[in-house]
Write a protein that binds this ligand. Structure first.
Ligand code: HEC
Ligand code: HEC
Length: 220
């Protein structure tokens, strides 16, 4: 997790000030999936499929798609849902904290390997007008309120940049908007240096909904 350490050394404001080409210069990280996808599939089909779909394409908009998501990001989230050393979980979810409690580190790596290999179903944005406003924010941010372009970290096509920046392309709009609100209130406080918290506090409710709508139709 060298990338996470590197990001921790940079303050949130410095990160927000960085332009996309600076991110592109970070040396590529080796992919450490090291998990056994076949073993992951067993747990996925028995436990996770009901909510996330058999292949990680969820039918329910409140439940995130996991197909094609980077393994490192998935492993981090599964850890973040656990309360550790008596401290509350960095990412608060009653449902997911119950799901991760019985998982070993190896289970988490296997599950991550399985989902990372699945093909995301291409999404479609339903509300074209809203998605157009969302595209402006995604690609250019909002200069007046200092919201950075999402594309600088999540990449222009929403594929994300492993190991730190998650794939967003095709994600359910309802889920993405819920996450932006959770970052704002810090119910989700697992973003290194509060990068997403700072961004979300600068966004209006309309902007959150618009960018989430655009993301739902973004294809990598
Ligand atoms: C009862 C439904 C349910 C089941 C079963 C379930 N999940 Fe989830 N999962 C959710 C919901 C809802 C969220 C969103 C949590 C939040 O942030 O509020 C979530 C979030 C996640 C995330 C974070 C995704 C992201 O993009 O950040 C991962 C990873 C995940 N689940 C993996 C799993 C795995 C692995 C299993 C099986 C061991 C599982 N889930 C079982 C409902 C479920
Ligand atoms: C400076 C880099 C950076 C920028 C710019 C950025 N993000 Fe993020 N974003 C992150 C990181 C890092 C995470 C993962 C946090 C974690 O470890 O859980 C994240 C996570 C997210 C998630 C949660 C994904 C999931 O699967 O749960 C959403 C949604 C999101 N960002 C949306 C946006 C939007 C919309 C914008 C533009 C308004 C944006 N981000 C701009 C770094 C960034």
């Amino acid at each position: 997790m060298q990338g996470i350490k590197l990001i921790s050394m940079i303050t949130a404001s410095a990160v927000l000030a960085l332009s996309s080409h600076v991110f592109a210069e970070t040396p590529p990280q080796p992919v450490k999936t090291a998990g056994d996808a076949a073993k992951g599939q067993q747990i996925a089909s028995q436990v996770c499929a009901a909510c996330h779909g058999a292949d990680g394409n969820s039918m329910i908009p409140a439940n995130p798609n996991l197909a094609g998501q980077h393994a490192e990001y998935i492993i981090k989230q599964l850890n973040n849902f656990k309360s550790q050393d008596g401290k509350p979980a960095e990412r608060d979810s009653a449902v997911m904290s119950a799901m991760v409690a019985p998982l070993s580190d190896e289970d988490a790596r296997n599950l991550a390997a399985y989902y990372a290999q699945q093909k995301p179903k291409p999404g479609v944005a339903n509300n074209k007008e809203l998605a157009e406003l969302g595209e402006k924010i995604y690609r250019g941010g909002n200069l007046e309120t200092n919201v950075p372009a999402c594309s600088s970290c999540h990449s222009p096509n929403g594929a994300g940049i492993p190991p730190v920046y998650p794939q967003l392309a095709g994600q359910h709009a309802e889920y993405s908007a819920t996450q932006l609100r959770a970052f704002r209130t810090e119910q989700r406080a697992n973003d290194a240096n509060k990068v997403m918290h700072v961004i979300a506090t600068r966004m209006s409710e309309k902007e959150m909904e618009a960018v989430s709508e655009f993301i739902s139709g973004l294809r990598k």
